[in-house]
Design a protein around this ligand. Sequence first.
Ligand SMILES: CC(C)(COP(=O)(O)OP(=O)(O)OC[C@H]1O[C@@H](n2cnc3c(N)ncnc32)[C@H](O)[C@@H]1OP(=O)(O)O)[C@@H](O)C(=O)NCCC(=O)NCCSC(=O)C[C@H](O)C(=O)O
Ligand SMILES: [Mg+2]
Length: 292
Amino acid sequence: MTEPAFTPLRSVLYMPSSNAKALEKAKTLPIDGVILDLEDAVAPDAKPAAREAAAAAVGSGEYGRRTLTIRVNGLGTAWHDDDIVAAAQAGPAGIVVPKVNSAEEVKQLVAAIEKAGAPDHTRLWAMVETPEAIFGVRELAAADERLAVLVMGTNDLVKELYAEHVPGRAPLLTSLSWSVLAARAAGIAILDGVYNDVKNTEGFLAECTQGAQMGFDGKTLIHPGQVAGANETFAPSAQAVEDARGILAAWEEGKGSGVVTYNGKMVENLHVESAQRTLSIHEAITGLETDA
Ligand SMILES: CC(C)(COP(=O)(O)OP(=O)(O)OC[C@H]1O[C@@H](n2cnc3c(N)ncnc32)[C@H](O)[C@@H]1OP(=O)(O)O)[C@@H](O)C(=O)NCCC(=O)NCCSC(=O)C[C@H](O)C(=O)O
Ligand SMILES: [Mg+2]
């Protein structure tokens, strides 16, 4: 499977696929990605119509550069099989599956998605939100090359752990870090969980900063008011871009030596690689903003 060019996923907004107003609104928001939800945010009676609306949204071609995904209902639910067929045939960038527990389930899901005729560009996004998933997350993340993104489900994790949502997320740190390690070892992307208190900007920004510092590629969101903060926090800052350019210039100047300094700090090849990564993310984001 050919890897697509780097795609920023700083801000990925869930919306109930049963909410026509939200689906319309998403076309105007500066989000990197959309999760058209068929699971938790959609009442049982509304699920068939929501499934059709999600497929129609993907087919509409009206979401521009935004990465479009559909979140289906989980394995073992009454809606799962029909959701998978509809999503695979709609061909979004990703099919998000909640409560994926193991590498075996990843393989089972990939087989179902392929059997339903998904195009190559439709990747699996697996939600990590159960204790069983956390214990097997390394194998889960590396189970199949169609798996492109891990998505933390921090509400379900808190529920399953009998834990509490607290500032700083101490009860979740083991699961979050372990999942970031697994995603990096497998070379795939990973998105942080949602922040429920939509009116608490300060708490939201603190959690974005924590997620970015831990290595997440971006954050899943539930409200348009969270988009700007996630876009800013998960993009390299102006200072980071300036430093990256400075590191590359210092390295070029000291060509041939294995170590140089920039602003008094040691620079080795590994710092050069990080600087190059920072600049490619910055350029990809700048490209999006130019296209928007
Ligand atoms: C949380 C909400 C129910 C709040 O809704 P509401 O009170 O209507 O918000 P506002 O009045 O402030 O809305 C302002 C405008 O923005 C639009 N809007 C709101 N939310 C969205 C959205 N998610 N996407 C697109 N547009 C949205 C409103 O329509 C208003 O528009 P306008 O009138 O034109 O100005 C609501 O935000 C919401 O439903 N959010 C999504 C909930 C959701 O999808 N939940 C499921 C995913 S989270 C999850 O399951 C995580 C995981 O599994 C885990 O375990 O953690
Ligand atoms: Mg969940």
